[in-house]
Design a protein around this ligand. Structure first.
Ligand code: NAP
Length: 246
């Protein structure tokens, strides 16, 4: 379905990004597996894609760094001559009640989860406009839609991602570029494994389907948005959350 496409997935060493990278690889795309610190895990993802008959390479880059993101994406475009799919998935949490939240906790989450998306969209935009096509998929969150106690920084970033998605979708709509967001609910990854049992139980209570999501649930939506079948969909936020945000 995605034969010949070049795809970048940020934060693809673990969790949702890893699942998206594996699925894109299975569909025939050449996948650039971006990571920040987890080199071994990123190389493992590359190995798995290759074992499934696909093509991939791992490239380190801290997406919150504007210059580094530019160098990373310019390098990919130079090497492959184009970039078809960008999945902005890299993200972190620094949870705290607003009253107790430090400036560092706020800034760290905004830098990675919001500015990181800007950095990568900005640095692929010129190439996608030039090639008259591209797919951008930004991973937001149910928290960016509903808000969440203890996550003012994260919710601000994820709501910001939705606004930025719709803005660039409008700017790029006549250029063959679609820009959409996915808002996952509670997905079982390292990010949610650290939550207490009481928080997990309370979260499950909020999910009409009464099960946590898997990284593959999100990957399926991402692959659809990257496919030709989604060519008339732009500026949308697709919830993959078992019904949490309906
Ligand atoms: P995860 O398991 O903690 O993985 C996070 C990934 O992001 C890792 O690959 C990590 O790479 C990468 N990363 C972090 N900071 C980075 C940076 N500055 N530059 C490049 N890569 C960076 O998280 P996850 O649960 O899969 O979450 C993935 C995305 O989905 C995030 O945007 C998250 O906010 C969103 N989301 C998750 C859930 C959920 O329930 N899990 C729900 C809604 C939305 P290294 O390990 O190499 O540092």
């Amino acid at each position: 379905m995605l034969d010949g496409k070049i795809a970048v997935v940020t934060g693809a060493s673990r969790g949702i990004g890893r699942a998206v990278a594996l699925r894109l690889g299975l569909e025939g795309a050449t996948v650039i597996v971006n990571y920040n610190g987890s080199e071994e895990k990123a190389l493992q993802v590359v190995k798995e894609i290759e074992e499934n008959g696909g093509k991939a390479e791992a490239i380190a880059c801290n997406v919150s760094d504007y210059e580094a993101s530019g160098a990373f994406l310019d390098g990919v475009i130079k090497k492959y001559g184009k970039l078809d799919i960008l999945v902005n998935n890299a993200g972190i949490t620094r949870d705290n009640l607003l009253m107790k939240m430090s400036e560092d906790e706020f800034d760290a989450v905004i830098s990675t989860n919001l500015k990181g998306v800007f950095n990568c969209m900005k640095h692929v935009s010129r190439q996608m406009i030039k090639q008259k096509g591209g797919r951008i998929i930004n991973i937001s969150s149910v928290s960016g839609i509903l808000g969440n106690a203890g996550q003012a920084n994260y919710c601000a970033a994820k709501a910001g991602v939705i606004g930025m998605t719709k803005s660039f979708a409008r700017e790029a709509a006549t250029r063959g570029i679609t820009v959409n967001a996915i808002a996952p609910g509670y997905i079982q990854t390292d990010m949610t494994d650290v939550l207490s049992d009481s928080v997990k139980e309370a979260s499950l209570d909020q999910i009409p389907m009464k099960r946590f999501g898997t990284p593959e649930d999100v990957a399926d939506a991402a692959v659809f948005l990257a496919s030709d079948q989604a060519g008339y969909i732009t500026g949308q936020v697709i919830s993959v959350d078992g019904g949490m945000a309906m």
